[in-house]
Design a protein around this ligand. Structure first.
Ligand code: ATP
Ligand code: MG
Length: 424
């Protein structure tokens, strides 16, 4: 893509309202724009990143046999009255009345809707277990929306729901999601810490949050240092959960040999048995034709919050440092707009475009220095500078954003160079 076509305005200074680095960088690099309190427009760069994150999450959900679908954002209040949560959920729920005086709401979560839907489509034990998910906007009228998309009122969530015939089956499912979550966050380049968590409005008695360590995080954590391990995925659920970890009100203040820190909650999983299936009269028939109430779990990931969490993890004083599989562009070609090298530049751009699908060419009428700064601010993993060095010696300067490493390559060498994954 030519950056002259992109809706993008880099800001040198951080807007005053942005208190944490991820919010500052998202505003400075035109990723998001606040529409009104806690509600954001995703601008082209931010939207590309959001889609990339979504796809990594989707890939991992599909791998465990979870069905992707899409439920509506607006829900009827009926089911919530049946489950008892219509009053319990309180002021965080955005309630809407339509022209026929029907009580509707903007979905903050989907346990009721999915249970009702499942009842309609599944009636035999033979179909269990079933895993369903969607990636959909949620609304929670947070009392204090802050830190940009970190705590919004409208936010994107991946929420999955599982149905099992027995409590034992539901626990096996919980372990499958637990491990799949570890893999998802590792694929996003993050180091997740699974911590024992309170279940809040969702309910149940078994629950874990997945936290990313960050001094700006809103959650308090206490955990065994052995949990900070890039090989965590190699360990079993039992091994991982035998190590101490807890968040917020679950923390045992008398523990001494643990690390206490702060984190960003990027995922939360729950096992809550028949909390929704029972009041919503959902059942399947077992092999003797007897009605059995299925056991459920639900599993959330904060997709929009992750954009900010990843920036908190990967940035420096110059800007964002995106992991390559999340970056809005893989390679940015920076050239002088008045340079007499157009054929060569086009050629290099075409070679790279045929190999990778997200290459940008900064053809804007700005100074080289400004363009290089923007490339660093946006966090593009590789910047190719076609400037005086190319004119004089036929060399393209290749800079890696993760560590600032520089090499000079000929056009021929560019063709064979692997602009690949690396750990920022
Ligand atoms: P929190 O404790 O941060 O308020 P929660 O426990 O209420 O979150 P869950 O119901 O567990 O949230 O939702 C699943 C995931 O959705 C969370 O782990 C988080 O990543 C994300 N999420 C929840 N609320 C928000 C919000 N207001 N803005 C952005 N993401 C959110
Ligand atoms: Mg939570």
């Amino acid at each position: 893509m030519r950056l002259s076509n992109l809706l993008f305005n880099s800001l040198k200074e951080s807007p005053k309202e942005a208190k944490i680095i991820s919010h500052q960088l998202m505003l400075r690099s035109s990723m998001i724009r606040q529409h009104t309190s806690g509600i954001y427009t995703w601008l082209p760069l931010g939207y590309k990143v959001l889609k990339n994150i979504e796809n990594i999450i989707r890939h991992n959900q599909n791998k465990i046999g979870c069905n992707e679908m899409l439920m509506s954002t607006i829900q009827s209040s009926e089911l919530w009255k049946k489950s008892g949560r219509y009053t319990d959920y309180g002021k965080e729920m955005l309630r809407i009345t339509d022209r026929h005086e029907n009580e509707l709401l903007y979905g903050p979560t989907n346990e009721e809707v999915i249970t009702d839907l499942f009842s309609d489509y599944v009636n035999s034990y033979k179909a269990l277990p079933k895993y369903l998910y969607h990636i959909q906007w949620k609304f929670r009228d947070e009392i204090r929306p802050r830190f940009g998309v970190m705590r919004g009122r409208e936010f994107l969530m991946k929420d999955a729901y599982s149905f099992d015939l027995t409590e034992e089956g539901a626990f096996e499912t919980y372990k499958i999601f637990f491990r799949s979550y570890l893999k998802t966050f590792l694929d996003l380049g993050l180091q997740p810490i699974p911590v024992k968590a309170a279940t809040g409005a969702i309910g149940g008695d078994l629950s874990h949050e997945f936290q990313i360590l960050a001094s700006t995080g809103e959650s308090e954590l206490a955990y065994d240092s052995k949990l900070v391990d890039s090989n965590l995925f190699e360990k079993s659920y039992e091994e991982i959960t035998s190590m101490y970890s807890a968040s917020d009100e679950m923390i045992d203040k008398s523990k001494s040999d643990v690390i206490v820190g702060r984190g960003i909650e990027v995922g939360h999983i729950f096992n809550f048995g028949i909390k929704y299936t029972k009041p919503l009269e959902c059942y399947v028939l077992n092999k003797d034709g007897k009605r059995i109430t299925p056991h459920m779990g639900s599993y959330g990931i904060g997709v929009s919050r992750l954009t900010a969490a990843i920036i908190e993890a990967f940035h420096d004083e110059r800007g964002i440092k995106w992991p390559i599989n999340i970056a809005p562009f893989r390679i940015n070609i920076v050239t002088q707009s008045n340079f007499d090298l157009n054929e060569d530049i086009k050629n290099i751009y075409n070679i790279l475009t045929s190999k990778y699908n997200n290459i940008s060419l900064d053809d804007r009428d700005l100074s080289m220095g400004r363009k290089i700064k923007d490339s660093e601010l946006i966090g593009i993993p590789w910047t190719l500078i076609i400037g005086n060095n190319y004119k004089e010696k036929g060399q393209v300067e290749v800079i890696r954003r993760s560590d600032g490493d520089k090499v000079f390559l000929s056009k021929q060498e560019i063709e064979n160079f692997e602009f690949e994954q690396y750990t920022p």
